[in-house]
Design a binder for this molecule. Structure first.
Ligand SMILES: [Zn+2]
Length: 154
């Protein structure tokens, strides 16, 4: 007899399709299904072979493109274009740079970023002034994220 999806399975899968990084608890909160049920349903969907894996989706738009350093430009340009069309595996390597824009003024971060950490978030800024501006602007939201995070931790 085939295994049939019910409303729970569908709700859980839809939550995961939006963002595969969600924890059982986050899916539970979003769907109203209890955490143990979310876990059991996901395990079953894996066991029946429907969920093969949960893979990251990359945004190569945020990668810096100055990979031609110290080598012949045209040759590398060709290689680079090929890499772009090919498998992301060939592009992800040590030294690959991910561009950071300031979370507050949206300008590029030239030097070392100023990092503001709260709950399980990290936000990057160009200067301490922008951190203060951000903290002020989003004080309510930041506080609520920290509160939710601490509830989760028990
Ligand atoms: Zn800034």
């Amino acid at each position: 007899m085939p295994f049939q999806l019910d409303d729970y399975d569908v709700a859980i899968l839809k939550a995961l399709m939006k963002d595969g990084r969600k924890s059982f608890r986050e899916i539970s909160r979003e769907t109203g299904i209890t955490t143990p049920t979310v876990r059991a349903r996901l395990e079953r969907l894996i066991n029946v072979g429907f969920i093969k894996s949960v893979s990251p989706i990359f945004d190569f738009g945020v990668v810096e493109e100055n990979i031609f350093e110290n080598e012949d430009q045209s040759r590398n340009k060709k290689r680079y274009n090929r890499q772009q069309l090919g498998d992301p595996k060939s592009r992800i390597k040590k030294g690959m740079k991910i561009k950071l824009d300031c979370e507050y003024c949206k300008g590029p971060i030239a030097g070392h970023p100023h990092v503001f950490r709260f709950a399980n978030y990290e936000r990057f800024f160009c200067c301490t002034g922008c951190i203060s501006g951000y903290k002020q602007k989003y004080a309510g939201r930041i506080e609520s994220i920290i509160r939710k995070f601490e509830e989760k931790e028990y």
